[in-house]
Design a binder for this molecule. Structure first.
Ligand SMILES: [Zn+2]
Length: 219
């Protein structure tokens, strides 16, 4: 009888596992909320990551607060700003990263770093919206439209064919045969999380590789 009972328990467990493990007691769950840019956040980004003349008005941006795993296997609450048209997709991608327990060092608004991409990258910060030009040009970055994200920039640096690596601390990770935590590789779960919502990866570019970068346009 006891054997039957444990067999039944086993079957019940199996029945709950076709796509994802049954939620265990105390297991952190993914949480996310999307809000318009108002109040303190509006004040924080104005004159920083957003200013007059930017290609997207503030009313078309959304603040996403979402849980993510960190490198200490703890769950943190992070924040991102994206275009309102991308908010649903970004939330779905973040949910997939969470399910995969993909670690994100930190996910703070780039305004915490003076809207300075280099400072943010040096802090290994994951960020999305920033009204800026593509480095070294006067062409708007996809980040300026709120349709790009940079994930763990140190573990996933920007690498040119001539060997320039940005941020500098990302140099050890320019070797993509490595498999360190927080790195993204073609076809892995992090890559899948964004490809699943139609975003494309800078690591799939030919020539220059931007391993931290995903965007809805592929640019
Ligand atoms: Zn980027």
């Amino acid at each position: 009888m006891q054997l039957v009972a444990s067999l039944m328990a086993g079957l019940t467990l199996l029945a709950g596992t076709p796509s994802e493990p049954a939620a265990r007691a105390g297991e952190p769950r993914f949480e996310a909320a999307t809000k318009p840019i108002k109040g303190a956040v509006r004040k924080q980004i104005t004159g920083s990551s957003w200013r007059r003349g930017c290609p997207v008005p503030r009313r078309k941006l959304r603040l996403i607060r979402a849980t993510h795993w960190d490198f200490h296997r703890d769950v943190e609450m992070g924040r991102l700003i994206v275009h309102r048209q991308e908010a649903g997709k970004m939330t779905r991608a973040l949910r997939e990263l969470f399910r995969a327990r993909f670690p994100i060092r930190r996910m703070e608004l780039i305004d915490r770093y003076g809207a300075d991409d280099h400072r943010s990258m040096n802090a290994d910060n994951t960020s999305a919206f920033n009204c800026r030009f593509v480095a070294g040009t006067s062409r708007w970055s996809e980040h300026a439209f709120g349709r790009a994200i940079d994930v763990n920039p140190i573990e996933n640096p920007y690498v040119t064919p001539s060997g320039h690596v940005s941020p500098p601390a990302g140099r050890p990770y320019a070797d993509r045969s490595r498999n360190a935590e927080g790195m993204i590789h073609h076809g892995d779960k992090a890559w899948d999380a964004f490809r699943g919502v139609g975003w494309k990866w800078g690591g799939d570019w030919s020539g220059t590789k931007d391993y931290q970068h995903f965007s809805s346009t592929g640019r």
